[in-house]
Design a protein around this ligand. Structure first.
Ligand SMILES: *[C@@H]1O[C@H](CO)[C@@H](O)[C@H](O)[C@H]1NC(C)=O
Ligand SMILES: *[C@@H]1O[C@H](CO)[C@@H](O)[C@H](O)[C@H]1NC(C)=O
Length: 276
C-alpha cells in the first residue's frame, strides 16, 4: 500500500497542477506559469517554429477553401512582440516550418517541396522544384525533413535532397536532432532514438507525437494531443497534461507556446501566486 501511495505521489509531481483556474495560473515542475492567449481564430495551429532573431512564430493552420469547401493548409506568422499576424503567400498547401537560427533562414514546406521565406516580401519561394509533399522539417546542421506518403527522412543541402541512409528502411513521421546529432524520430509505433555514435535504434516509448521542438539552446521537447514532454538523452519527462494540443515551441525566454483548438497560447513564468 505504501508503495502504491509513493508511486501515485511520484506520478502526481510530473503533472501540471492548475492552481488558480480563474486567473489561468498553472504550475509545471514547481514553476508557476500564467496562461495568455496570443492569437484566436486560427483553426488547429500546427507545426510551429520560432525565428529567435526576429521573435517571429511560424505555423500552419487549417482553412476552408470558399469555392471547393475543401480543407486546405495555410501558413502564417505571428510576431511575438508586436502580435502582428499575416498569412504567407506563394506556397501551396503550406504545412511545415523550421528556422536555421545561425544563418537566419526560414524554411517552409508545402505540398510540392521546400520554400524559402522572404520577410521583406512576406512571400515563400520554391527552392526544390518537383519536391515531395513535406510533412515536417527540422533544421540542425542541415535541413532534415519527412515526406508524405513516403514516411521517410531526407536531408536538403546545396539544392540536393537525399534519403537519410541510416533510416532508409524505417517509417518516420517526425524528426528532431539534439546537440550531439542524435536523432529522435516518431512513427505510428512510438518514439525512437537513433544514436549518432553507434547507429543503434532504441525505442523510448509509445507516444502519439504531434510535434518536436528545440529551445534556443537545443534542448528537445515534444507534444502529444494531451501533453508536453521534455527529452533528456534516453529519458522522457512529462511536463504537463494539457487538452487538445496541436504543437509546442519554446520561446527565447523559456516560455512555452502551444496551439490548441483555434488558439495560440503562451505560458509565461510568473511570480504571481494568486489573481490579485
Ligand atoms: C517505427 O520505427 C521502428 C524503428 O526503426 C521500427 O522498428 C518500427 O517497425 C517502425 N514502425 C512502423 C509502423 O513502421
Ligand atoms: C549513444 O551511445 C554512446 C555510446 O554507446 C553513449 O555513450 C551515449 O550516452 C548514447 N547517447 C544517448 C543519447 O543515448
Amino acid at each position: 500500500m505504501l508503495k502504491l501511495i509513493t508511486t501515485l505521489a511520484l506520478l502526481a509531481v510530473c503533472h501540471a497542477h492548475i492552481i488558480k483556474p480563474a486567473c489561468d495560473l498553472l504550475s509545471i515542475q514547481n514553476i508557476i506559469y500564467q496562461k495568455e492567449v496570443l492569437k484566436e481564430n486560427v483553426n488547429e495551429p500546427y507545426q510551429m517554429a520560432i525565428d529567435y532573431n526576429t521573435n517571429t512564430l511560424f505555423f500552419s493552420y487549417s482553412a476552408v477553401n470558399p469555392t471547393t469547401e475543401a480543407t486546405v493548409f495555410e501558413q502564417a506568422y505571428l510576431n511575438l512582440k508586436t502580435k502582428e499576424f499575416n498569412s504567407i503567400s506563394g506556397i501551396i498547401g503550406g504545412f511545415a516550418a523550421t528556422v536555421d537560427n545561425t544563418n537566419n533562414n526560414v524554411y517552409l514546406g508545402g505540398r510540392n517541396g521546400i520554400y524559402a521565406y522572404d520577410y521583406e516580401k512576406n512571400k515563400a519561394t520554391h527552392v526544390n522544384p518537383n519536391g515531395y509533399s513535406i510533412w515536417q522539417m527540422f533544421f540542425k546542421d542541415k535541413l532534415y525533413y519527412t515526406a508524405y506518403p513516403q514516411e521517410r527522412v531526407y536531408t536538403f543541402e546545396d539544392g540536393n535532397s537525399i534519403i537519410l541512409p541510416e533510416l532508409s528502411r524505417t517509417m518516420v513521421q517526425l524528426v528532431a536532432l539534439d546537440n550531439d546529432l542524435n536523432m529522435y524520430f516518431s512513427n505510428s509505433s512510438g518514439l525512437f532514438l537513433l544514436n549518432k555514435s553507434d547507429n543503434v535504434i532504441a525505442k523510448l516509448g509509445e507516444y502519439t507525437i504531434n510535434s518536436f521542438t528545440a529551445d534556443i539552446n537545443g534542448n528537445l521537447y515534444f507534444s502529444t494531443p494531451s501533453g508536453f514532454y521534455k527529452i533528456d538523452k534516453k529519458n522522457v519527462l512529462q511536463l504537463a497534461d494539457v487538452d487538445d494540443v496541436f504543437g509546442l515551441v519554446v520561446d527565447g525566454d523559456n516560455n512555452l507556446i502551444y496551439g490548441s483548438g483555434d488558439k495560440i497560447i503562451r505560458l509565461s513564468a510568473t511570480t504571481k501566486t494568486n489573481c490579485f
